[in-house]
Design a protein around this ligand. Structure first.
Ligand code: HEM
Length: 522
């Protein structure tokens, strides 16, 4: 039988679902392990992980998203490949996303997030978190149980980010649908990296954000989207529209599965560690300490990656420029040289917040404060509204012999589903109506009074969605309804798209379409 350390982290189904034994086998080979025949090393040591993440001059984040196994779009040449990395940045998956940026541009783009994560903004967001989680949990308790991951965690964290960004209420359901139907990051089973698919959640959301940014730049209001759309870089220059669009949509990608899975991973411990839920019910102020320990033991981001752009070393091991590094965060968090009894869940570990579940250094998770708040608050609600939480034995088997299914992702550690049985707390009052996110209005209803349709007011998604309107669109702009770029801009009006495509959407052609639309109204 093949030795564990000789199996492939990125494609081995069992390891993707449960990496811990594999990482221990790699650790036995040393904290920095050169995978035979591959162009990457695996770092499992805690100190060595900090070293890689902090040496930003030597290590580029360009492969953070695609991981260490994917081939580079160039052949590394020489002892310093910084220029090569930048020259081919556009050819790297996610090369234009914050998490993969390096140096000055990374600092500049990260600074745009500042207004979203101020204490006052997070406090306002916490209000939403508290109210929304209360609704969701009460509803679940009234039903006697719930599937936690898809029914509660995913919609919850998605709506929290939508609220943080100030996404209009009427569009939120569309975002949620797109994400719910999308695959988890790094998934083996699905086209997670198929950004060309029109239905890819980031593509759908990108369309909406392009509309928001265009609109808020033209007509700033007193809202968060206006603040984000009109934010400037530290040197006073204005970011490209698409930079803001990518940043905003990336927040959904970065903060959705990670937080949803952390809720699932935490709940699993709360339910199955004897006496733990009662202890937390009696003293909810212990929840943050539990969360930190779950982040250490079973953080939802297993790994990230870096590319050595200069000849360097990690923990004394020589690393040539061009070598990729799989930074095994979940292994660093169980390094016995740093953590006593590392495989055990222990409350009140000294300096627990030094775990690397949120990374470290310049790319340290921007959303960590939000993740901590949202998971803590919803756990508080679960404990407050129940007298007992258990796993549904029909789905997961009995305690001691649980059957738990993890996502086959090289990035995410998290349960694909977790079915809970919930016993209401004494005095629990079931909500009068079912909790639900307000659905988006049907397209036609959005323009149902007065002059119903116009190229200045009606979003292209509405025009494409109604056969009579689509026919008019095709008459004036042949082929446009099949255009993927236009499809992406669903939340924009044609007059707004005109700014990007003035040659195609001439004022004359738009006026002619308006005339036909008015006839349709009449
Ligand atoms: C339990 C939940 C979460 C975990 C475990 C987590 C983990 C991480 C990790 C490990 C990184 C660093 C990646 C690297 O160095 O290559 C990171 C970066 C990032 N995370 Fe999170 N994350 C979580 C939740 C969130 C949330 C809720 C948001 C936003 C709303 C968010 C936004 C980001 C952003 C923007 C970055 C990139 C920062 C940069 O490159 O400067 N994360 N996250």
């Amino acid at each position: 039988m093949q030795a564990l350390e000789d199996r492939d982290y990125f494609t081995d189904y069992e390891i993707l679902k449960d990496p811990y034994a594999y990482f221990e086998a790699i650790r036995a080979k040393g904290p920095v392990y050169q995978v035979p025949g591959r162009d990457y090393v695996i770092v499992t040591g805690y100190e060595e992980t900090l070293e890689v993440l902090k040496k930003t001059e030597e290590f580029s984040a360009i492969i953070g998203l695609q991981g260490a196994a994917a081939p580079l779009p160039f052949t590394p040449d020489g002892s310093d490949i910084t220029a090569q990395v930048e020259a081919r940045r556009a050819d790297s998956l996610g090369g234009d996303l914050l998490v993969n940026y390096d140096d000055r541009h990374h600092t500049f783009v990260r600074s745009l997030l500042g207004p979203l994560f101020t204490p006052s903004r997070l406090r306002a967001n916490e209000q939403f978190i508290s109210e929304y989680s209360d609704e969701l949990v009460k509803d679940a308790v009234a039903n006697g149980g719930v599937e936690l991951i898809k029914t509660i965690a995913t919609p919850f964290v998605t709506m929290v980010i939508a609220d943080l960004l100030g996404v209009p209420q009427e569009d939120r359901q569309i975002f949620m649908d797109a994400i719910e139907n999308g695959p988890p990051p790094g998934s083996l089973e699905t086209g997670e990296n198929d950004f060309s698919a029109e239905t890819h959640p980031l593509v759908v959301m990108g369309g909406y954000f392009a509309g928001y940014v265009q609109d808020r730049r033209a007509n700033p209001r007193d809202d968060i989207l206006s603040m984000l759309s009109n934010a400037t870089f530290p040197d006073g220059s204005t970011p490209d529209v698409m930079e803001i669009v990518r940043l905003a949509t990336f927040l959904f990608g970065a903060g959705q599965d990670t937080s949803a899975k952390l809720l699932g991973n935490s709940m699993k411990y709360i339910v199955d560690q004897p006496g733990l839920q009662d202890r937390l019910r009696q003293d909810p102020s212990l929840i943050p300490a539990l969360l930190e320990e779950v982040l250490r033991l079973e953080g939802s981001t297993k790994q990230t990656a870096r590319l050595a752009r200069k000849d360097t070393e990690i923990g004394g091991v020589k690393i040539p420029a061009g070598m990729k590094v799989l930074v095994a965060l979940s292994a660093a968090n169980r390094d016995p040289r740093r953590w006593e009894d590392p495989q055990a869940l222990v409350f009140d570990r000294p300096r627990i917040k030094e775990h690397v579940a949120f990374g470290r250094g310049k790319h340290v998770c921007a959303g960590a404060p939000l993740a901590r708040v949202e998971v803590r608050v919803i756990l508080e609600k679960f404990l407050q509204h129940t007298s007992n939480i258990d796993l549904d034995e029909a789905a997961h088997g009995p305690r001691g012999a649980r059957n738990l299914d993890y996502e086959p992702s090289f990035i995410i550690r998290g349960l694909s589903h977790l079915n809970l049985k919930l016993t209401p707390a004494t005095g629990f009052v079931a909500p009068a109506k079912k909790a639900a996110v307000k659905p988006a209005p049907a397209p036609a209803a959005a323009a149902s009074s007065g002059a119903r349709y116009s190229t200045a007011e009606t979003k292209i998604g509405v025009l494409l969605g109604e056969p009579a309107l689509k026919a008019l669109l095709d008459k004036h702009f042949p082929g446009v309804s099949d255009d993927k770029q236009i499809g992406m801009a669903k939340a924009m009006t044609l007059r707004a798209i005109q700014a990007f495509a003035p040659a195609q959407f001439t004022a004359q052609a738009l006026d002619a379409l308006d005339a036909d639309l008015a006839k349709l109204d009449a």
